[in-house]
Design a protein. Structure first.
Ligand code: K2U
Ligand code: ZN
Length: 170
């Protein structure tokens, strides 16, 4: 089932999400709905708070559905190490049609649990590293506008406020 994606301004996006404790059928259903919602957006990542569930998990598929091995869910993720830098444009499904440059780690190693509750480690580079960093921020209530300087941020916030007023923020 495709779920509504929460847009910037909703308090759930600014909250620190709570760890997953129950690895059950309800969790499996949520993960399936998150993947379906992500592919339909389309996006390469989607965090649970973005579908109004303040829990520490996100789904990711940087192959856009082409490579089943890249279809991954990270539950209660922990970033173990980061290395290098990469700068590139980012979007966010909670900020429709807003894009700007963000610098992220070039490489990132994370530990997480899969939907069966089994722990695994992922060693990611480039877009996958970027996506994990972006989604992990969502679990801490951190949004990518935090990486904007004060002037650019003011410009983006003004644009968003205008679009909310015009009813064009969905
Ligand atoms: O969390 C989200 O809003 C999903 C983002 C995650 C993301 C942002 C930047 C770079 C990688 C992942 C969406 O996937 S944004 C849409 C998108 C689509 C293709 C490539 C990059 C971003
Ligand atoms: Zn996002």
């Amino acid at each position: 089932m495709i779920l509504p994606i929460v847009k910037y301004g909703d308090p759930v996006l600014a909250k620190k999400a709570t760890p997953v404790t129950e690895f059950n059928e309800e969790l499996r259903q949520l993960v399936e709905n998150m993947f379906e919602t992500m592919y339909a957006a389309p996006g390469v990542g989607l965090a649970a708070p973005q579908v109004n569930v303040s829990k520490r998990l996100f789904v990711m598929d940087c192959s856009g559905g082409k490579n089943p091995e890249e279809k991954i869910v990270l539950i209660n993720p922990e970033i173990i190490s980061i290395e290098g830098k990469q700068t590139g444009d980012e979007g966010c499904l909670s900020f429709p049609n807003i894009y700007f440059e963000v610098t992220r780690p070039k490489r990132l190693i994370a530990k997480a649990f899969n939907v069966e509750g089994k722990e695994f480690t992922i060693d990611a580079m480039d877009l996958t590293a970027r996506c994990i960093a972006h989604e992990n921020d969502h679990l801490d209530g951190e949004l990518f506008i935090k990486y904007l300087g004060p002037i650019k941020r003011e410009l983006v916030m003004r644009k968003i406020k205008k679009r909310i007023k015009l009813g064009d923020w969905k």
